[in-house]
Write a protein that binds this ligand. Structure first.
Ligand code: ATP
Length: 319
């Protein structure tokens, strides 16, 4: 039996790592992919997780699979293809230190996951199903992702969705909105940034934007993450804000994924459906997410920066 399974993209993020002796730029090979990060986060907190996705039959695909296994995520549902290479992203820093991305994904192996390749048994064996929208930018992985979410919903799984909108990856943003909103129809727990809430609803106001989504899609629990300010939640008519933890942030990569793994962990530990959580429990769920997000910003990288159960408990107890 599994606690959680995710479907999504895996890619390499090549991040700037100084210059060589000859003055040439160096890059560090980092594993990337938000849904996989969430599974790694849950594993670190003690849950049994699996990941379903497609990579190239190349050194990068083997590296990514190996990284997930190293962190305890089951990869038996992964698919390898010779039809495309593993997706690569290069991060460059401009003069003011702002990050920009160049993607090598035309197509990337992650986009080629087909419905017929989905490991339905692993989804059936898990209590929670998690997905994002990067795997929905192109066919056939868009249909595969949505069919898997629909199946998980029909089977009574807890379904969590982090759209994690990456506008550069979509050929068309109207389609992005349409498919993300379709994803919402299968979701029990939704996590958004303030930008994503605005993209989906046209609202900047947290109360109004989340009310619109809740009324239209009936989503039982919605989180909006607020960076250092913590998080906002809506459960039906009930809303609240939970302040973040003050930490010395060095790298915010993966903070959103850490937040979701911390929040989903606490939700799963409660043994309740999201609609049944009390106000106090909702506060605990958000605090757990905030603590996981905060701890992740104190270390470099995404997966290596995810906190252990002890670290999480310690930060929460300390406050
Ligand atoms: P990502 O860049 O990973 O996509 P995101 O925009 O989804 O991130 P953020 O709101 O930046 O998510 O961060 C997620 C959570 O992590 C926040 O809700 C907060 O609890 C915590 N967090 C992020 N940055 C900080 C910080 N500087 N200090 C303390 N906590 C933070």
């Amino acid at each position: 039996r599994l606690d959680a399974v995710a479907i999504g993209e895996l890619l390499i993020d090549f991040t700037p790592a100084g210059v060589s002796e000859q003055g040439l730029p160096r890059y560090e090979q980092n594993p990337g992919g938000a849904p996989a990060n969430v599974m790694a986060g849950l594993t670190k907190l003690g849950k049994r997780t699996a990941f379903i996705g497609k990579v190239g039959e190349d050194a990068f695909g083997r590296f990514l699979t190996g990284e997930l296994e190293k962190h305890g995520v089951d990869t038996g549902g992964m698919v390898f293809t010779g039809e495309a290479g593993t997706t690569l992203a290069f991060v460059s820093l401009d003069a003011s230190g702002d990050r920009s991305f160049s993607f090598y994904r035309n197509p990337g192996a992650d986009m080629l996951l087909q419905e017929s390749e989905i490991d339905w048994e692993r989804i059936g064996a898990a209590a929670l199903f998690h997905f994002g929208s990067v795997s929905m930018t192109h066919e056939p992985s868009a249909s595969a992702t949505l069919r898997a979410a629909a199946y998980a919903r029909r089977e009574g799984k807890l379904v969590s969705f982090d759209p994690n909108l990456r506008p550069l990856l979509w050929p068309d943003l109207d389609r992005a909105k349409r498919l993300i909103l379709e994803g919402l129809t299968y979701s029990d727990v939704l996590k958004l940034s303030e930008e994503e809430l605005h993209f989906l609803t046209g609202e900047r106001d947290l109360e109004a934007g989340t009310r619109q989504l809740q009324e239209q899609y009936g989503t039982p629990l919605i989180f909006v993450t607020l960076g250092p300010d913590g998080s906002f939640y809506r459960q039906g008519e009930r809303t609240g804000r939970v302040p973040g933890f003050a930490v010395k942030a060095v790298d915010t990569t993966g903070a959103g994924d850490a937040f979701f793994s911390g929040a989903l962990f606490r939700l799963m530990e409660s043994g309740k459906r999201p609609e049944a959580l009390t106000e106090e429990e909702l506060g605990e769920v958000c605090r757990s997410g905030n603590a996981a997000g905060a701890l992740t910003t104190t270390r470099k990288g995404a997966i290596p920066a995810l906190p252990s159960r002890e670290e999480l408990d310690q930060l929460i107890r300390g406050n």
